[in-house]
Design a protein around this ligand. Structure first.
Ligand SMILES: Nc1ncnc2c1ncn2[C@@H]1O[C@H](COP(=O)(O)OP(=O)(O)OP(=O)(O)O)[C@@H](O)[C@H]1O
Ligand SMILES: [Mg+2]
Length: 329
């Protein structure tokens, strides 16, 4: 059963399409990921689904309710964890959760708070001020706040942005627990390919307000081929390039200066054949690496741009911006 259904969703600012005709559905109990670079439209989609932003066109249903016509029913069924950390540094972990519980008018809040603290492994630090927490602990408390009303769907906007690799992995474990132990459907946005790959049952690749591809990570990667082979040559040879393209099993050959990227499918023993051709054409191969396709390759194939290239500087700016905001306290 689809717990989220989105039909031709469009958001226009002036003449700019932040979202352009986006359609997808999310099944109950799955972890569904929106993977895309800065400005792709990830937060815009979440804001519409959690009823904080009105679409310009199109419709969306969450837990069976129309996000425009029945916003309070949608809100009763969802939890939301924003892209920025929102827990209060001056309160303890437990006080933050109590505050959330009061906003929802919950009865029996102490029991619920104990359960959630346990779930995110913060019980033993619950009575310390959040100012003393690490970034990963704050993020876990943020997620805990999103769970206070026992939501059917949890929206996580970039849940691991700016965290180190080890902390990221721990957060992934908690997210998996929410799905496996509580059966919560999770809609998350990310621009980390590894996160989308490891965590999500299905991933939509979004760029410039449009969904470019949507499927299980393994199927998306399967479209690229079995292998991506990268060669660094001493110099470029047209004849070598043409002969490579004719090899059986090679799907695509792309050159950039003396770098050559080959996508291959069902090509047993391809590497010796590449060396053989290089020798015939007297081309020196300076280095060769071969890897299974990643979601980065998928992103590149569908958008013509590398996700890492697009992100590098902007991401640094965003993390810096976030720190600056914290210093203002
Ligand atoms: N209120 C607004 N007015 C004009 N443009 C906006 C507004 N809000 C968002 N946008 C634009 O819409 C586009 C999508 O923004 P959105 O925040 O959804 O991106 P995102 O995928 O979440 O990016 P990030 O990874 O940086 O969080 C961006 O180009 C953004 O500048
Ligand atoms: Mg965003």
């Amino acid at each position: 059963m689809s717990i989220i259904k989105v039909e031709n969703l469009t958001k226009i600012y002036g003449d700019f399409f932040a979202l352009n005709n986006v359609s997808f559905s999310v099944e109950q109990g799955e972890i569904f990921g929106f993977l895309g670079p800065n400005g792709a439209g990830k937060t815009t989609t979440i804001m519409i689904l959690i009823t904080l932003l009105k679409p310009s066109k199109g419709r969306a249903f969450v837990a069976g309710y129309d996000v425009v016509k029945e916003p309070s029913k949608v809100r009763a069924n969802i939890g939301y964890v924003s892209q920025d950390i929102t827990v209060d540094d001056y309160l303890t972990g437990r006080e933050n959760l109590k505050f959330q519980a009061h906003l929802y008018n919950l009865n029996n809040e102490n029991k619920r708070i104990e359960e959630i603290l346990n779930l995110v492994d913060l019980s033993d630090r619950a009575d310390e001020p959040v100012a003393l927490y690490s970034a990963g602990m704050k993020r876990r408390l943020d997620i805990a706040c999103g769970l206070i009303n026992t939501p059917k769907v949890l929206f996580l906007d970039e849940p691991t942005l700016g965290l180190d690799a080890q902390t990221k992995r721990r957060i992934w474990d908690y997210i998996k627990r929410l799905k496996n132990e509580l059966g919560i459907t999770i809609f998350l946005t990310t621009h980390y390919m590894e996160e989308a790959d490891i965590l999500c049952n299905r991933v939509a690749i979004i760029d410039r307000g449009e969904i470019k591809a949507l499927d299980k990570p393994s199927i998306l990667k399967g479209h690229i081929g079995d292998e991506v082979i990268n060669l660094k040559l001493e110099y470029l040879s047209e004849a070598f390039m043409d002969s490579l393209k004719k090899l059986q099993g090679i799907k695509e050959v792309k050159f950039h200066d003396t770098l050559c990227s080959i996508k291959a499918k069902g090509a047993e023993g391809l590497i010796p054949k590449i060396f053989e051709l290089a020798s015939i054409h007297k081309v020196k191969v300076e280095s060769l690496s071969s890897k299974k396709p990643t979601l980065e390759d998928v992103f590149l194939a569908y958008t013509g741009r590398g996700l890492r290239d697009i992100l590098s500087d902007k991401e640094k700016g965003k993390i810096f911006g976030k720190r600056m905001r914290r210093f203002r306290y």
